[in-house]
Design a protein around this ligand. Structure first.
Ligand SMILES: NC(=O)c1ccc[n+]([C@@H]2O[C@H](COP(=O)([O-])OP(=O)(O)OC[C@H]3O[C@@H](n4cnc5c(N)ncnc54)[C@H](O)[C@@H]3O)[C@@H](O)[C@H]2O)c1
Length: 416
């Protein structure tokens, strides 16, 4: 291996940590993965990934069978440590850094001079400094002439669920060190498996980069959603207006939808907003617009219901984005629950899951149904997720009222 690192410990084996650990192992490192969840540890040691992701099971099985990947409940000594634990937001929208702090405190006692510690979790600006401060506090013996004898860096993750195994290798990486030398040490680790370019900077800039990437996406989606709000208020087709506007050589408006879900785009802007409220009015407004979309869709369903004289609704799609089975933080789920709370009879059609999560099945008036059953039992059809499975079903809805919140079934634009 063309670098000094032989062993790596990955702390947190979730959506990011597990593919990272398996990729490092297949690049030749001896990898120890640590996770506080014993089920994840057991499943990994049996050679299986604990969530579905193309090619991940194969990668994990190969890494475990080769003896280069092993999971444990606590971090183990290594040349390099990669921290990939959750960084959710609290009720008040401030970042919850308790997992990063706990992970850092679990790593600090086993550090040796010359080790490298990388934070990959999406974090507020200054988090890597805080991590180094914890290491200094726990291990004053690792500080010489006020210099920490451990390299510390921040490297945000940008992989897309559904393409994680490929993107881990192919994406460009941003590596920010607490010092320039720390950044170079971290680059040495990544360059052993990353084929994309590796861009070096300081840790705070790298933290900011990750946050502005997702805030940028959120603001742009909010613009499209605001266009949809305007179009709908004037009974104009926003999809057609957007198609026509995008004929301008320097305009590229995104697709409106029923809201922004997932645990990145809808969450990460808050890391900036909660730190610098006066400087982030645009981002805060984008969050407000996007968070308001589910209620806008429910209002349309209410008025369709009054016109049609029926409260039987088919919700097509529950996932937070097309063609995945992930229902967490999904605006489609919020809409289904909102409808149930108002007494609508909801047939939820989600071809990517076999069962509803508890927050849905505990409502007696929400049931999971196949497409045909939902059509037979509903008068109003709401398209909430642009799954491929729904593309060709427009002709199968008969005379029902259709509310297409994602534009999947929109008429071809007159611009086309
Ligand atoms: N999932 C994504 O698509 C994605 C993309 C880019 C960035 N991120 C960021 O990456 C980070 C991790 O996200 P994720 O989706 O992998 O989260 P996750 O919840 O899937 O996994 C985190 C894992 O960390 C474990 N954990 C928690 N505290 C621990 C501790 N002290 N020691 C050891 N293990 C611990 C949990 O048990 C869990 O298995 C977050 O900051 C997230 O914002 C995620």
């Amino acid at each position: 291996m063309p670098h000094e690192f032989k062993t790596v410990c990955v702390v947190g084996l979730g959506y990011i940590g597990l593919p990272t650990a398996a990729t490092l192992a297949s690049a030749g490192f001896a990898v120890k993965g640590a996770d506080v969840d014993p089920d994840i540890v057991d499943e990994l040691n049996e050679g299986r990934a604990h969530f579905p992701e193309p090619d991940l099971d194969m990668l994990v099985r190969g890494a475990v069978n080769s003896g280069r990947l092993e999971a444990l409940s606590e971090p183990q000594p290594a040349d390099a440590f990669v921290i990939t634990v959750p960084t959710p937001i609290r009720e008040d929208k401030s970042p919850d850094m308790s997992f990063v702090e706990a992970a850092t405190r679990s790593v600090a006692p086993i550090l040796e001079p010359g080790n490298l510690v990388i934070l990959e979790s999406t974090s507020p600006v200054g988090a890597t400094d805080n991590m180094a401060a914890i290491i200094r506090e726990v291990r004053p013996d690792l500080v010489e002439d006020d210099t920490l004898q451990v390299a510390v860096a921040y490297c945000p993750e940008r992989i897309l669920p559904g393409q994680m195994v490929r993107e881990l290798v192919q994406n460009d990486r941003i590596v920010g060190g607490l010092t320039a030398a720390d950044a170079e040490r971290a680059r040495d680790l990544y360059q052993s498996f990353v084929r994309g370019e590796i861009h070096l900077t300081d840790a705070k800039t790298a933290e900011l980069v990750k946050l502005i990437e997702n805030a940028y996406r959120d603001v742009n989606i909010a613009f499209a959603n605001e266009v949809a709000n305007i179009g709908e208020a004037h009974r104009l087709n926003p999809w057609e207006a957007i198609d026509l506007a995008n004929r301008h050589p320097r305009v590229n408006i995104l697709n409106p939808g029923p809201g922004v879900g997932g645990h990145c785009i809808a969450v990460d802007p808050w890391f900036l907003i909660s730190a610098d409220g006066e400087l982030t009015g645009l981002m805060a407004e984008a969050r407000r617009v996007n968070d308001g979309r589910p209620e806008t869709v429910i209002a349309k369903i209410r008025s369709a219901s009054a016109e049609r004289g029926s409260r039987k609704v088919a919700c097509l799609g529950l996932a937070f984005k097309p063609n995945v089975d992930d229902l967490r933080e999904s605006p489609a789920v919020d809409i289904a629950i909102g409808l149930a709370a108002e007494g609508f009879e909801v047939c939820a059609v989600e071809p990517h899951v076999n069962a509803l999560p508890e927050k849905l099945w505990r409502h007696d008036n929400i049931r999971l149904a196949g497409f045909d059953e939902a059509m037979a039992k509903s008068d109003i059809v709401v398209l909430l997720v642009g799954h491929k499975a729904f593309v060709k079903r427009k002709g199968d809805v008969g005379d029902k009222v259709v509310i297409d919140a994602v534009g999947l079934w929109r008429e071809p634009s007159r611009a086309a």
